[in-house]
Write a protein that binds this ligand. Sequence first.
Ligand code: ADP
Ligand code: ADP
Length: 236
Amino acid sequence: QGAIAFKDVHFAYDPERAILKGISFDVPAGKTVAIVGPSGAGKSTISRLLYRFYDIQGGSITIDGQDVREVTQTSLRKVIGMVPQDTVLFNDTIAYNIRYGRPSATEEEVQAAADIAQIGTFIQTLPDGYETKVGERGLKLSGGEKQRVAIARTILKAPPILILDEATSALDTTTEHEIQSALDVVSKNRTTLVIAHRLSTVINADEIIVLRHGTIAERGSHADLLSQNGLYASMW
Ligand code: ADP
Ligand code: ADP
């Protein structure tokens, strides 16, 4: 369940300037596809179109054969777990933020999701240094930690499709590894689309799509693409 198909997808924010110029690719159910490419190539736009923040202007996007335009926003959000680039957190505990949208989740389930996302040790603190009632200061979360809160929320929600739009904001190597290991767990047996802004997270993807100027320049596994000695290989 959760097979994604983009067929000849065209999209422009501004009619004068095409962003996606006929993009076709499949993410078979349970597989992971990573989109890479230079900044501005249209990578994040792909995730926004799948989640229907915007509607496409040509071609089709289907999930299990059904056009996303025929699916209500509510059902789409049940099927797709989106880990956005920038996660805005509520001024409440990290546990509350993880549980958001899943009021029936037990404390054990919230803790387990937090442990997988490797934020399990501080879920009772407040994000972003908000003042607590007793005047204690919460944690100032890094971009990577905020993204792990979103990953934990997605683990709890357990949707068949996961979109991970990697934060472009400066992440240190440690958080990058932590995000990768959380992602490995959450993407297992789940259809996963990774919008990759750095390369280390794409190596294990079933297929890597290299986007350039709104078209697919190269596609294949990490090993295939390296041996092609093209754009992907030059990015390393
Ligand atoms: P990438 O993720 O590959 O860096 P994006 O998909 O974010 O690229 O953006 C592709 C192009 O679309 C960029 O030139 C960007 O400036 C433009 N763009 C992105 N979002 C918007 C928007 N909301 N309105 C207008 N242009 C946008
Ligand atoms: P669901 O309840 O199925 O998770 P929603 O449409 O309520 O879906 O929200 C989608 C995602 O957007 C949530 O999982 C959450 O990550 C985020 N979100 C929604 N509203 C807010 C908000 N006001 N502040 C921060 N994040 C939010």
